[in-house]
Design a binder for this molecule. Sequence first.
Ligand SMILES: C[S@@+](CC[C@H](N)C(=O)[O-])C[C@H]1O[C@@H](n2cnc3c(N)ncnc32)[C@H](O)[C@@H]1O
Length: 260
Amino acid sequence: MTLLNNLKNAWEDLAERDALNAILTDDSKAGGKWDVAEFMATGDAEIATVMSHLATIGHAPDFTGAALDFGCGVGRLTQALARRFASCVGVDISQQMIRQAESLNQYPHCRYVASSAARLPFDDSSFSFIYSNIVLQHVPRRFAKNYLREFVRVLAPAGVLVFGVQDSFAVPDLSSRMVRIRHILHLRSRVRVALKRGPGDMKMHCLPEPIVRRALGSSKVVDIQFTNTAARDFNGKLVYLEQAPASGYIGKQYCVVKEQ
Ligand SMILES: C[S@@+](CC[C@H](N)C(=O)[O-])C[C@H]1O[C@@H](n2cnc3c(N)ncnc32)[C@H](O)[C@@H]1O
């Protein structure tokens, strides 16, 4: 459990320094310069993109049910879910993130919960929709696998689960090992510069597809999209890519339906 405690402490620290820029790291917005309305609008645009895609593939969720946003931060995506679902919960490992999410909450049917336990604090089959983006990529693999199993447990039968992970890191050829090292150093230095602190706070973890599928058990993966979530210019603007990037992190968004 120490690893989860370390993760919690790192996020508490990041949230206290500059929560919005820890969530969407943008050099020009570091030091509390994110406009809150602009920041929250990125969440609405992201959820609109996801919902429109789910409708296109024939897996729109049941909006009369409850939605869960795992790793909700200050509620960028949770508030957008609250506008669409009958009820909504955001859960985060950081109390400080949850405090800020509560202060930005506009909806009585939306609530926030802090939890640093490996088991999610919800009953079986509680949610018709679960969403998580730019979270599992920061969670060590063994915990990420456990959270996938937990998502399935708390998802209602026929419920829809959508989550993003970094599948792997593409290195075009052997001579470009340096590309990977440079990319990792670049990501770390962006966060370090933005938050004016030492390295190692926001590690990236990959979760390859066979591991994801095993953790999901009998729930059905109905769709996988390549995403731009680790791209330097992501900044909350979710884009589905036509193919995997030739180099760098390969972001994948899964859509999973739980068996009836
Ligand atoms: C990059 S932020 C993304 C926040 C939100 N998903 C968004 O896109 O606006 C990652 C969030 O995940 C939370 N987090 C990290 N590990 C977690 C865990 N094991 N359980 C719950 N939340 C976690 C962090 O505290 C942080 O708020």
